[in-house]
Design a protein around this ligand. Structure first.
Ligand SMILES: Cc1cc2nc3c(=O)[nH]c(=O)nc-3n(C[C@H](O)[C@H](O)[C@H](O)COP(=O)(O)OP(=O)(O)OC[C@H]3O[C@@H](n4cnc5c(N)ncnc54)[C@H](O)[C@@H]3O)c2cc1C
Length: 396
């Protein structure tokens, strides 16, 4: 049976993550929102602390969790709980944390033991999206052609989180477009590889502390041993290998959304209390001030996104397939964080819209949680396919 109480042994980790968020992230939140594209040097100390936490089996970033056979663990749960706390501090800064990139999650998910050891300690970004392909990741056009001991990569990758700052980028490319999704593999490309060119950095609505890069791959040669997993093309498996990454990263993005929503709710509660609005848990909402009723409604929504996120993490930790639950969590959390943060801006009135408070920033930061790692609409599509037993060709 699923038990969604936070295990007692994780409370220390959650406390540590909260302390770190209070000390390093929240105080620098506005600074790096305004200084877009400036590296937040304060993160170096925190990153070393996180490395220590990860080494002890915990963690609070997006570094990812390896699925090994064997006993149940609390690894996914601890990373999700830590991420919630960190994003309560600042999501853009968490996404900028050295060695905690989404590419690290990809490596953790699909790399061989040898590759895992070789890329240990590297900060890895993740590059799937292309100018002509976002949601439909099976249609990517970047090619990888074997040439002796190397693969030669050609194509374009856009919106790569931490692309400029990371040590390497996990690039999705196809070995043979005519063989469809099964031919899509991921390659670790070191940032200084000739032919791997940074085109530009994006200016964004939210998570402005995090850099978002556009790359061109022009006859970029990577060692054949940097192909993650196996080069074999198995048409019956689609691109199951690379898709496994999402089972790890979607609950993480949901956890980020939970952290932002919680920050906004806490701040709104403080402002409402200051304004004399009492939130009463013992009275029906229709018998309370409108602001209190709205707050209670948002808290119920928050609880749902929080529990769905823990469910997806718990299933992964207990070796149960969690693709459906990962999409439930991501869809609910992305949508609710966007709605909750905007409603908090509304409830706080003009103060909520100004830079006196972080409420307006959180409403900008939250929206990306409903976009990257698969948009709201794509999560709903995946959920519908699974519930109705339809293939991607049958339900588009
Ligand atoms: C700040 C930021 C950081 C990012 N970081 C990364 C990263 O690190 N690595 C990476 O690879 N990508 C990254 N992305 C890209 C992101 O994952 C894509 O933007 C996302 O997958 C959507 O793709 P798209 O932008 O091409 O939109 P499209 O796929 O063109 O979709 C446009 C709209 O149509 C909807 N839509 C599309 N198909 C369907 C359908 N079948 N049914 C219903 N609705 C549909 C979508 O939901 C969306 O609302 C990032 C994006 C941003 C903005």
């Amino acid at each position: 049976m699923i038990n969604l109480e936070v295990p007692r042994k994780l409370t220390t980790l959650v406390d540590q993550a909260r302390q770190a968020a209070m000390a390093f992230l929240r105080p620098n939140s506005r600074k790096y929102d305004q200084a877009e594209h400036t590296y937040p040097k304060e993160l170096d100390t925190l990153a070393s602390l996180l490395d220590g936490l990860s080494a002890s089996g915990g963690g609070a970033g997006a570094g990812g969790v390896r699925r090994t056979s064997g006993k149940p663990s609390t690894a996914n749960m601890s990373v999700c709980l830590g991420t919630m706390e960190m994003c309560w501090g600042d999501a853009g800064l968490l996404l900028s944390m050295p060695r905690q990139g989404l590419g690290n999650a990809a490596i953790a998910s699909v790399a061989s033991e040898e590759q895992l050891a070789r890329f240990k300690g590297k900060w890895a970004a993740m590059a799937i999206t292309e100018p002509d392909t976002g949601s439909d990741s099976g249609a990517i056009r970047t090619t990888a052609v074997r040439d002796g001991d190397h693969y030669v990569l050609n194509g374009e990758k856009i919106f790569v989180t931490s692309g400029e700052r990371a040590d390497c980028v996990v690039v999705w490319a196809t070995l043979d477009r005519s063989l469809g999704k099964a031919a899509i593999k991921s390659f670790v490309v070191e940032r200084d590889t000739p032919g791997f060119e940074l085109v530009r950095l994006e200016h964004k609505l939210g998570i402005r502390a995090s850099d978002t890069a556009h790359f061109r791959l022009d006859n970029c040669r990577v060692p054949a041993s940097n192909l993650l997993g196996t080069p074999e093309i198995k048409p019956d498996q689609g691109f199951a290998g690379v898709m496994q990454t999402f089972d790890n990263t979607r609950p993480l993005v949901a956890a980020m959304a939970v952290g932002i929503a919680r920050a906004a709710l806490e701040e709104t509660r403080r402002l409402l209390t200051e304004a004399g609005v009492e939130i009463d848990y013992d009275r029906p909402t229709n018998n309370q001030p409108a602001a209190a009723a709205a707050f209670l409604e948002m808290e119920a929504d928050y609880e749902a996104m929080y529990l769905l996120t823990l469910q997806a993490a718990w299933m992964a930790d207990n070796r149960q397939p969690n693709s459906l639950q990962a999409s439930y969590a991501k869809a609910k959390a992305g949508r609710s964080a966007t709605a909750i943060t905007l409603r908090c801006v509304e409830l706080a009135g003009s103060i909520g819209y100004t830079e006196h408070e972080l409420l307006e920033k959180w409403s900008r930061d939250a929206k990306i949680m409903d976009i990257f790692e698969g948009t709201q609409q794509i999560q709903q599509l995946i959920i519908a396919r699974r519930l109705l037993g339809k293939t991607s060709a049958e339900l588009k």
